[in-house]
Design a protein around this ligand. Sequence first.
Ligand code: GLY
Ligand code: MN
Ligand code: MN
Length: 434
Amino acid sequence: MNKEVYARRRAELVNQVGSDDIVIVPTSPERARNGDVIYQFRPDSDFHYLCGFSEPDAVLVISPGRIQGEVVLFCREKDAFREMWDGRRVGLQGAIDDYGVDDAFPFEDMNEILPSMMEEKAKVFTTVGRYPDFDSQLLAWMNQIKLDASRGKHAPYEFVDLNHILHEQRLFKRPDEIARMRKAGRMSAAGHQRAMEVCRPNLYEYQVQAEMECEFRKAGSHYNAYPSIVAGGQNACILHYVENDCLLKNGDLLLIDAGAEYECYAADISRTFPVNGKFSPEQRALYDIVLEAQDAAFQKCGPGHTWNEPHDAAVEKISQGLLDEGLLSGTLEQILETSSYTKFYMHRTGHWLGMDVHDVGDYQVEDAWRELEPGMVFTVEPGIYVNPSSGVDEKWHNIGIRVEDNVLVTRTGFENLTAAAPKTVEEIESVMAA
Ligand code: GLY
Ligand code: MN
Ligand code: MN
């Protein structure tokens, strides 16, 4: 736990709010799964980014100029009985000692304390719209302050979405974040390699998934960054297929899109390989187009290029490849002009990556695609998906391919954080033959 890192992040944020404003950031609520079982808890990314605190029932408040200390955490108190049943708690003193907040109060006392902290403030920067129950609570506190107007107090006059400033900050990854993302990338790559090693016909998709996720867990990832997509044969043409319960057939491809989360940072890797370890000529032809498209996109991933350039480069290669193989007709210009490639390539080539798999940050600035800058991390994930309804020769049907890596923009180019996952036809066939 590096307290200074979080203090620096808060200082950077506070620089952008006024001295008479207040920042209020709740963590995620716990959610019921069934009966008295709750979904595994994951802290809110904005909240965790600003304080590193991982328990539920917590709200971070930053009040510039507060005499008793600017940074306040509301959290659960220590409770020997509850800790015996539900696990350890950091507690109020632990929050101050270990997380570097100035003051900590019991979560239960927020109702009494927080409204008085909001009095006299101009704007409240908060996660507007993300947690409706918390939004209602904030409004109730506002009303409570207004009712007290006769005491000469006034309520804040504006709620401001914290996203606008905090997400710009989160877009640029600092060294401690990059270290975590490298680690998430490496352990995820090892899981994908494991999947290739164990895959064979007549296994179920979930059996390959189990072997892969076992690598994630053994390497220290407690959660997946998102539900794994383990899609054999025609399932690969369903972009977000997550049932993972079909038998893997000889002669089919297996598309896996999965990543480990490590200390709240995501990896997001896709690999596609033949269930029996050997690409058929048709599979190989389309696979190589996707690899070429990814390479073309990589050429546009350095600083100075704009967000859309990797996508445009990938689209052009895929269109040309599908034209050469006879899946598309016309000229390259016509295909690009009419977007007829979207029959086979219907998604974008990437997205920001960080604490959230589809991470925060604007893609455009003043209606123009933004320039890539050092510290940005994003995915490069071209694909080709041939649905039988596309009307092309049957030999192409149900081939679904996606290849996805995670790149960090550096001062001189980019670093592929997930390069360790086997990718070329030769690498894959050799791993699968071993
Ligand atoms: N795993 C979801 C995506 O690639 O965007
Ligand atoms: Mn992705
Ligand atoms: Mn993915």
